[in-house]
Each structure stands twice: as C-alpha cells, then as structure tokens.
Write a protein of this length. Structure first.
Length: 537
C-alpha cells in the first residue's frame, strides 16, 4: 500500500511540476524552429478560402496577421482597427474605466480634426459618428458605427490583405498547422480519469509546454464493443464546438493502439466531486448561480448548432484551474436533422426528462430538464426524484419523474432558485423554461451576473481550486484490468482510424501558438509595409 501511495505521489509531482514549466528554457530549445514555406501555395490558398469571418475573425492567427496588416498599411485602416479595439474594451469595462474609455473614443475617433477620425464612414453612419457626445453615447449608435467599420474592412482592406505578405505568412502558419501529429508530439503524465474505452491522462505539447487532457480510446476495445462510429461522432461534434464553456478539442490523432482526443485540461475536478466530497453536501448559492450561468451558456452554444447534449449532470461539468466550468463528455450528444425530432432513449437515470422516459419524440428540451435536476442537486446534494445514496430501481425513479411533484425541502432553496428549478422541471415541454425560443439567462436567478462579461470569461469565479492539489482519485484506482487480445484490426479499420486522425484543430491550435509565445517568436523578420513585395514572391 505504501508503494502504491508513493507511485501516486511521484505521478502527482511530475504532473504539477509540468504545469509550472520554465518558459525561457523552452524558448531556447525553440531557437532552431522556423516557419515552413508552403510547397503548394495556390492549393493552400484555395483550401483556406476567401471568406472574411473565418480568415480575419475566427482563426486567432489570421486575426492577428490581419490586425498587423491594418496597423502598418495607412492611417485610415489603422484608425478602423483601433476603433474596433477600443469599442470592444469600452463594452466590457465598468465604472471609471468605462467613462475613460468613452472619453477616449470621442476625442480620438469622432472629431474631424483628429488624426484617427473615422473618415471612411459615409451617409448616416458618418452623421451618427459626428453626433456622438458624452451625453449622447448610446449602445445602438456605437453598434451601428462598429458594424459599418467591419463592412468597410471586409471590402478593399481585406482584398489588399489577401495579396499582402501578411497573408502569405498566414499560409506559412497553415502549412505548419497541417503537420502530422503522433504521440511523439507530447509528454504524457498521470491518469486523470477513466472512461468506457480507455483512460484520460494529462499530456504536454513538447515544444510549446501547453498542457492538455488526452482521452485515449483503445482501438481493439472500440472494435469489440462496436464503438467506432460513436467515437467518430464524438470527435466530429467536439471539433465543431468553440466555446469557453465546453471542453474544446485541440488535436485528434492515433497511435498504434489508441485513438486520441486532446482537449482542454480541467484541473479543478468535476462538480459531482465538489457537491459530495468536500465537507457538507451541496454548494454555496453563489457558486450554484455562477456555474449554472456558465453551463446554460454552454448548452445554448450547442443548441444554436442543433446539437442536443443529452448527458447534462454535475459529473460531466469540469472545473479548470481558475474555477471556471465547462461541459465535457459529448459522447451522447447528437446533431439534430433540421426541424426533425428524435426518440432514441439516452441519458442517465435521475436526469432523464419525461419525454425521453415515455419514448416520445424530443429535441433540445431534455437538456433543460436535466439542468433543472442539476441545479437542484448542486443546492441540495440529492436529486429531485432520488435521495442521496437511496437504493431505488430506475423504474421507480421513472414513475416519480412522471407523476410526482418536485419538493424543495433543503434550507438553501430561496424563491428565485425554486422558481427556476420549477420552470425547468415542467413535465410538459410546451411550458418548460428554455423550450419556447426563450433565453433562460433572463431569469431573476441570474440577476447578479453580467451576461455580457460572463460570455467573455470576465466574471471572477466565486471559488478557485488550490494550485497544489490534484482534484481526482489516486492513480491506482484507475489501473486498467481488461486487455483485448482476440480482435484483429483490418484495412477497413485502418481507413476509419485515418478518418478520425485529422491532427490539429485550427482555432485551438492557433490559440496555443499565440498563448505560449511561439507566434511572436516565429513571426520574424518583422513584416512591415515596406518589404511586402519582395518577401513574398
Ligand atoms: P467516457 O465518455 O468514456 O465516460 P469521459 O469523457 O467522461 O469518458 O472521461 C472520463 C473521465 O476522465 C471523466 O470522468 C473525468 O474524470 C476525466 N476527464 C475527462 N475529460 C477531462 C478533461 N478535459 N480534463 C480533466 N479530466 C478529464
Ligand atoms: Mg463520462
Ligand atoms: Mg462518454
């Protein structure tokens, strides 16, 4: 037993140390790294397309290079860019900072004699801009000018960017992004959890130092249990998602034995652990409201893409190192065909909505029911239709779900909480909160949270995990017992593994490159307006 404890200690130490990596040391190791020259430039140009949003807004490196282009081109482009930046800063600021930001915008961009006057505005947009003043500074007018600025950038500036060295530099990054990913790309650390087809462990990208969680799916186990199609489905949904409140996918690759999904590392443990394992059952109301706001935002993001999560429960909500939460385990999620309903029974007992239990057709309504159950559980440390540690058949839980009223016995249920849970637990879909094209975040339950700031990840978490604590079970508890030997992999399997192993996911990969400083290091020699022509031909 002592040796097992020692193993765990050693594994934890290495894992915690990796998270405090010495960045200057890594930087030295990267000195020899250079950006590749695209071999087939025109094919790459075709592949990345010519759409403004993905190239200049959604992809972080594309966004950076477009900004650098604007800043070095001419005073008008620079003004347009700076205006959007300062408008953004103003919209998130509070109190005095907000007042300062407003004065800054007025003097810099709205006075015709200023160098940064928004001279590209025409017609009513120009009129609106001239009429802005400290007493007339309303959100709608600013939005109009912001929108006009974006429209301006999408025109001539964007076209010029596409034939500038900045865009060639972007293609170089895209070439780099497309590199083949293998298990040699990462260091591997301790196991963090166990799933149906293998374990989840912590990994670190060797040349950037970025930490991730890697969900490893055993190829033979997948084949034996018929999980191949499901694995591909989970990967397909994960790579479409890009939200601060959902665990995002950064890489998908395969090793000899496993399919690997590399995702945001969540070091703070899951909400079930926090509800039941740390002292008293249940969470403080401040935490319940905060997590619920983030979860709701995550669910809305999925629903906006016609995806039903179907596995909403505290166990699937993970905390990161800062105390913010994300939805994880999209293994039960499905994409809904446009306008269609589905009726497949799926979910976890205790969280399944009446319409699933009755095998009726359903769409996104089931997630709101499960969220109602989860809020109840965060407050009371039990489920609405199943007590803590109660030994009860799932048939009985089904009966109670369909017939019983939800009762609020716990002392922490205040009026807004009872109201929101009650509205999520309406047995009839037609009157349930979230099911009538309404945004549940408008409920008074969330009155103390600024949604605009929450969506940008700017609201301080009410609880922060301790940096030197590993919020999961000891490594020994995840030891794998079963090995599959009687399964042979054939060409058809290999074809499927290839389909799965698409390597880096653009947005997450580019974020990593920027956050770890690699972008600034490799983006030399500096591109300025002058050496444009020469450097890219
Ligand atoms: P399965 O779909 O097979 O149940 P999960 O995706 O739920 O697999 O992962 C299994 C366990 O691994 C989870 O319960 C959790 O403890 C841990 N885990 C999963 N994803 C992460 C992550 N991104 N960061 C940290 N731990 C994770
Ligand atoms: Mg799971
Ligand atoms: Mg799963």
């Amino acid at each position: 037993a002592d040796l097992v404890g020692l193993d765990n200690l050693v594994a934890n130490t290495a894992y915690l140390k990796a998270q405090q990596i010495d960045r200057t040391e890594l930087r030295k190791q990267r000195l020899t790294l250079t950006l590749p020259r695209p071999k087939k430039t025109s094919a790459l140009r075709t592949a990345v397309g010519r759409k403004y949003e993905p190239l200049c807004e959604q992809q972080p490196i594309g966004r950076k290079l477009f900004q650098q282009f604007l800043l070095t081109s001419n005073p008008t482009y620079r003004a347009a860019y700076e205006f959007l930046e300062e408008l953004n800063a103003w919209s998130f600021a509070e109190d005095e900072t907000k007042e300062k930001a407003k004065q800054g915008i007025l003097t810099k961009f709205c006075q015709p004699e200023s160098k940064s006057f928004l001279s590209y505005l025409t017609g009513s947009d120009a009129e609106t801009c001239r009429c802005l003043s400290s007493t007339n500074f309303d959100e709608e007018n600013l939005e109009q000018i912001g929108e006009a600025t974006r429209e301006f950038l999408k025109g001539k500036p964007f076209l010029e960017y596409l034939s500038s060295p900045f865009f060639y530099r972007f293609l170089q990054w895209k070439e780099y992004e497309a590199q083949k990913i293998t298990d040699r790309y990462f260091y591997e650390f301790r196991t963090l959890g166990k799933g149906g087809f293998g374990e989840v462990c912590a990994v670190q990208v060797k040349h950037t130092g970025q930490m991730y969680a890697c969900k490893k799916l055993d190829k033979r186990k997948l084949k034996k249990k018929g999980g191949e199609r499901l694995a591909l489905l989970e990967k397909h949904i994960l790579e479409k998602v890009n939200s601060l409140f959902i665990v995002n996918l950064a890489y998908a690759y395969d090793s000899k034995t496993h399919l690997c999904l590399v995702m945001d590392l969540m070091t703070g443990g899951d909400l079930k652990f926090h509800i039941y394992h740390l002292g008293e059952r249940g969470l403080r109301m401040e935490r319940v409201v905060y997590y619920t706001a983030q979860i709701t935002t995550g669910i809305l993001h999925l629903h906006a893409m016609d995806i039903v999560y179907r596995d909403m429960k505290p166990e699937n909500v993970l905390l990161d190192g800062k105390g913010q939460c994300r939805l994880s385990d999209l293994g039960l999620a499905v994409e809904l065909p446009q306008g269609k309903m589905i009726c497949q029974k799926a979910g976890t007992s205790g969280y399944m909505a009446p319409e699933i239990l009755k095998q009726e057709h359903y769409r996104t309504s089931v997630d709101w029911w499960a969220l109602g159950c989860s809020i109840y559980e965060m407050v009371a440390g039990r489920l609405p239709f199943k007590d803590f540690r109660e030994k009860v058949q799932s048939d009985e839980v089904t009966r109670r779900t369909l017939e019983d009223e939800c009762k609020f016995m716990h002392k922490n249920f205040d009026a807004p909480t009872k109201d929101i849970v009650g509205r999520f637990l309406k047995k009839r879909v037609g009157i349930r909160l979230g099911c009538r094209n309404d945004d549940p975040r408008n409920h008074v339950f969330f009155k103390n949270i600024s949604l605009h700031r929450l969506e940008a990840g700017l609201v301080e978490p009410p609880w922060v995990p301790k940096p030197n604590v590993v919020y999961t079970k000891d490594t020994a508890e995840f030891r794998d017992s079963s090995e599959v030997k009687d399964i042979q992999l054939n060409a058809k399997d290999e074809k499927f593994f290839k389909e799965f192993s698409t390597g880096a996911v653009s947005i997450q990969w580019q974020k990593e490159i920027i956050d770890t400083g690699v972008f600034d290091e490799l983006n030399v020699p500096k591109l300025d307006g002058r050496d444009c022509e020469t450097s890219w031909k």
